[in-house]
Design a protein around this ligand. Structure first.
Ligand code: IMP
Length: 197
């Protein structure tokens, strides 16, 4: 089954193709514009993008929105994670700002919402999952992206940041991995129900 992912980001497509085993993940044509991520929740942003893609193509679309919540900052940066240090801030600038504001050892949570929109069947679903961790005192690891060098996942190997884990280790515990598996299981159950009537 083909799934259209509402993004222009090839990195995201590859990550989802890895997570959604058995599905062919396609990205939006370059000229299709996506709405701004200005909602108050991850689910709202993911739904907005999936609806926009479904409207343009007339078919099923999925979209995700993700970010990090710091307990010491009342849940910030949350939906503003990608632009925490400013509209065009780099991953490193956002990470430095978080390290400057939240104490080492304090609680963090990665969040990922994946929306599924089928305009013909009139179906909309959102799968939201979390990954709990703590803020590291120093940056470690070369893998991953964003806040990974400072994120010590509670379910990961003791003392290792997300940026030190392999793709497979990260996928097994990450917010995105868990949300993608919830979507995949639901898709397979729905397909099965359709087949058996
Ligand atoms: P978006 O889902 O593309 O809007 O990305 C949101 C932002 O959240 C990213 O730019 C990262 O800063 C952060 N983020 C989301 N998921 C992760 C992750 O798995 N690792 C590190 N940073 C993440």
């Amino acid at each position: 089954m083909q799934l259209l992912l509402a993004t222009h980001n090839e990195h995201k497509r590859r990550e989802f193709a890895r997570l959604l085993v058995g599905f062919e993940v396609k990205v939006l044509p370059q000229d299709v514009q996506l709405p701004p991520e200005d909602g108050e929740t991850f689910a709202e942003n993911a739904l907005g993008k999936a609806r926009a893609a479904a409207l343009v193509t007339g078919g099923v679309a999925i979209a995700d929105d993700s970010g990090i919540e710091a307990a010491a900052l009342g849940g910030a940066p949350g939906v503003r994670s990608a632009r925490y240090a400013g509209e065009d801030a780099s991953d490193e600038e956002n990470l430095r700002k978080l390290l400057g504001e939240a104490p080492a050892g304090s609680g963090l949570e990665y969040v990922c919402a994946i929306a599924y929109v089928d305009p013909l069947g009139g179906v909309e679903r959102v799968f939201e999952e979390r990954c709990a961790g703590r803020l590291a005192g120093e940056l470690r690891g070369e893998r991953g992206f964003g806040y990974d060098p400072a994120f010590l996942p509670l379910d990961g190997p003791e003392g290792m940041t997300m940026a030190e884990l392999s793709d497979a280790q990260k996928d097994a515990i990450s917010h995105r991995g868990k949300a993608a598996r919830a979507l995949e299981e639901w898709l397979r159950r729905s397909e099965q129900a359709l087949r058996t009537g």
